[in-house]
Every structure is written in C-alpha cells, then in structure tokens.
Design a protein around this ligand. Structure first.
Ligand code: PHE
Length: 493
C-alpha cells in the first residue's frame, strides 16, 4: 500500500491511532478534530485497504426507572413490610390485600425473611431470624439502586441487576462500542511517516472553471461507508396506509365521502334493516350518547322504515314482525360502522350510477386485546349501477387486495341483516387466513324505501388488521403506542 492512495482524513486517523498506542475508540480519534462521520468514513476505507480493523462489541448500561426511583425514596416494599413485622406477627387481613403487599410477601418468602403460619382459618406472617437481621442491613438491591442513583455504571452485581430489571426498577440499554486498531500493515505505513497533501474533497464550480482540478487529487467516494441515519419527518404508518388505500380507490374510479362520528340509531341501523332488538345494539356493543338525548329523523322516511321493519312494506318481505319504536330510532350513538356513510349517500343521491368509498373511524365497545380496539377504521364502499352483480363485487375486492399486495383472497358466505347474499373476505398472510371484512348486495328492505332501483354492491373492511399484516405486527395496539423509536425506524410503505 503506497501513501499515494491515502486521503488526508485517512492519514489523520492513522496518526491518531499511532498516538494512542495503536488502538482507539472513534470518540478518542475525534479529539484530533475530526467529526464522527469523517472518522467512521475514513476508518471503513482504511479497513477495506487492510490498514485498520474495526472491532464491535456490546456494552450494557443501566439506569433507574420511575419505579426504581420510587423504591429508592419509599424503600423496598419487602423491607417496609419487614419493619412492620418486627412489632410482631401480622395477619393477612391486617396487612390488606393490595398488590404491593402481595409483591412484598412474595419477596420476603423468597428471601427467607418471613414464614406463613396458620392458626385455624387465619394466616399470619411471622418474621424469621434472618429477617430480623435483614432489617438493620442494607440489602444488595438497595446497594445497587443507590449506586445507580449515584451515577455508577460499572461493577454492579449482575444477578441483582437482573432481579431489579424484572421488578421494573432498572432499565437496561445495549450500546455498541467500536474500537479501531492498526493492523501490521497499518503500523508499517504510519511508521514510515505520513504527509498531508492538497486534495479535492468537495467539487465546486470554481474548481471546474479555473481548471484547478487538473493538478489535484480527488478524494475517492465510498458509497458503503458509515453514515449516521437521518430521520426526516414522515406520516404515521396508519396515515400512509390510508393514503395508499385512498389512491387505489380513486384509481379504480371511486369518489370519497365523509360522515360524522355521532349518528342516530335510525341511520346507523334502522335504515339498514337491523332489527331494534338486534344483539349488536346492546349496551355491550354500542356506545350510546346521553347528550343530546335524541336526534330528529325525517317523519316520512321514519314511517316507511317502520313499515318495512313491521310488515316488509312494499317489498315481498314480511319484515321482522315487531312493533317499531320511533324513540329507539332517535337515540344517539357513536357510529358502529361506516355503512351509515354510504347509505346516507344513497338516500340523498338515489339516481344511479355511483361508485363511492370512505375510510373513517367507527366505535364499538370491544375489550382491548391483541386483535381488538374500541375505535378503528373501516374501508367502506359501494357500487350502485344497473346490472351490478355479485361477481363484480368479488372482482372489485380481489383487485383492491391485489393492489395492496395480497395475492390470495377467499370469500365465505356470511350474514348481515342488510345484505343478501353476504360474504366475508379473508386474505392469506404467512400461510394463515385472516378475516378482514364483510360485503354483500343491499336487500330490497334497505333499497326500496330509499327509492333505489338498481343493485348496490357494498363492503366494509377493517384497516388496522390489514395494517398489522403489512407492518408485521403481532399486537394491534402497537399501531397506536406511538413508540418514537419504532416510528423512526419504520421504512416508508
Ligand atoms: N358493516 C359491516 C361491518 O361493520 C360490513 C359490511 C358492509 C357488510 C357492507 C356488508 C356490506 O362489519
């Protein structure tokens, strides 16, 4: 390797390494006046030239969590309990059933600081001799917590750290530490002495115009060189997904509509021929609003809908055969599905054709778990046109999911009070079928009272479950945790 082939930056790194006895951290080399990016750049070049090696290792560092700080201030729960036991044995009733007590008792038993004794039905906690000794002594946990609070980073007992981590009192971080060291060839070349020379690092118009470049050396570029990651602002993944879905439907000739969160039962359910005693209307499933107490409903339409529910109205249907309640219809709720958006649109625009979609939030009283949220987005849509048919519906949904990157779709018969036939849509993801939405053709009981004369194809699809698949998440809640690290590192869709 000749000196010729080295840039000034590389030479500076080599010299800094020699001055540090042949090896140094990038931070140490920075002391010679180079920025981190430049140090790493030059080092990776030097590595590819065989003059240095970069060694990477992991160093763990620890710090107190809020819980850790609390324990430090208030004392270890088991220690506090132990002090109480010094006064004499305590029954569980005296101690109270709190979570804190449970944890403390668990630790006392594990450490052999107390025994549980039974007297008849009653259970007592009794301090042991070891426990008595422990009251006056500092426990290893307390030692480590205090050391951390005092800024210690090394030489802490690993086992104790592990326990404190499990107790949520200590946070562990892994840092990559790099060491750069001279190879034999590197030592040889710095040994001979290195000289800085003029080189062009950044090309300017002047360098070209004045021909300066003719007698100078250019520094070479390394496209694989280290560079710090940049995290420019970007949309939340859910917003990105919504934008993509919007684009797909617009491409397919659909127009977007918007609705409102607060709706009447009439529009959310009655118009859709959902019987008033349907289980989904239950307080378990639907959020009812107490204010305003009711929403006005068009009287003529209310009568028509009541008639359809009671007798089937002008359709061949017999209806549900119960007494329709106008008060129930006026109740105010948070919309449970966006089918209310499309049916409102059809009521206001009964002339075909129409291709409409909406991507909006709906609300249900679901218990939150890995696949359920009480508020979530639905991708809703309709095609309203002469001769619209079921295969067209399948075609549209296949096309949509295809454009989203799901190649395999499956349709299964389903039931919704407002469609016939109805089907559920499933897509394949990692070899498993996932149910993503419902669809069907609006029944005459829905279309007739609104003056709709041509077939309507309709669907309502879940957004968040699809987002889970696209982003590879196991828990739907992760979408909304807003973990800034996760968001930063997420590639654009
Ligand atoms: N509204 C249904 C749901 O929320 C989905 C659906 C929409 C079904 C349109 C059929 C037609 O699950």
């Amino acid at each position: 390797m000749e000196e010729e082939k080295l840039s000034n930056m590389e030479k500076m790194v080599l010299i800094a390494l020699r001055e540090n006895g042949g090896e140094a951290s990038p931070e140490k080399i920075m002391e010679s006046g180079l920025e981190m990016v430049k140090v790493m750049n030059a080092s990776s070049w030097l590595q590819s030239k065989g003059l240095v090696r970069i060694r990477e290792g992991i160093r763990k560092s620890y710090s107190l969590t809020d819980e850790g700080k609390r324990i430090l201030e208030e004392g270890l729960p088991e220690k506090n309990l132990l002090k109480k036991l010094l006064e004499g044995k305590k029954s569980f009733e005296e101690l109270g059933e709190g979570e804190e007590t449970g944890i403390a008792v668990g630790w006392l038993k594990r450490k052999g600081w107390c025994n549980i004794e039974k007297e008849g039905e009653k259970k007592f906690l009794v301090i042991t001799d070891d426990g008595k000794k422990a009251v006056g002594e500092k426990s290893p946990e307390e030692d480590v917590l205090e050391a951390l609070a005092g800024g210690a980073e090394e030489g802490l007992d690993e086992k104790v750290l592990e326990t404190l981590k499990r107790r949520g009192a200590v946070r562990e971080r892994e840092n990559i530490i790099r060491t750069i060291y001279l190879t034999d060839e590197g030592k040889e070349i710095v040994g001979k002495g290195l000289e800085m020379k003029d080189e062009i690092v950044q090309l300017t118009p002047e360098i070209i115009k004045k021909g300066i470049w003719k007698d100078k050396k250019f520094r070479e570029y390394d496209v694989k060189a280290f560079s710090p990651s940049l995290h420019p602002g970007k949309h939340h993944p859910v917003t990105q997904l919504i934008n993509k879905i919007r684009e797909i439907f617009v491409e397919m000739g659909f127009t977007e509509i918007k609705g409102s969160y607060v709706e009447s039962c009439f529009w959310d359910m009655d118009v859709l021929f959902i019987p008033q005693d349907h289980p989904a209307r239950d307080m378990q499933d639907t959020f009812y609003c107490s204010n305003p107490p009711g929403m006005e409903v068009d009287r003529d339409l209310l009568e028509k809908i009541a008639d359809v529910h009671e007798t089937g109205g002008n359709t061949d249907s017999k209806g549900w055969g119960y007494k329709f309640s106008g008060n129930e219809a006026k109740r105010v709720i948070l919309r449970t599905h966006t089918t209310v958006n499309t049916i409102r649109y059809l009521a206001n625009n009964p002339e075909p054709p129409a291709k409409i979609f909406s991507i909006e939030k709906v609300f249900r009283r679901e218990n939150i778990d890995t696949t359920h949220l009480p508020e979530f987005y639905q991708i809703e849509g309709i095609v309203y046109e002469k001769d619209a048919n079921f295969s067209e519906l399948i075609g549209i949904l296949k096309e949509f999911y295809g454009k989203m990157g799901f190649e395999k779709t499956r349709f299964r018969p389903a039931y919704f009070p407002y469609t016939e036939p109805s089907m559920e849509i499933e897509v394949e993801w990692n070899g498993k079928w996932m149910e993503l939405g419902g669809s069907g053709m609006f029944r005459p009981e829905v279309t007739e009272p609104l003056g709709i004369r041509e077939p309507v194809l309709a669907w309502g699809l879940g957004l968040e479950r699809m987002a889970m698949m696209v982003l590879g998440l196991k828990d739907i809640r992760e979408l909304y945790f807003s973990d800034i690290e996760w968001l930063k590192n997420l590639p654009l869709l």
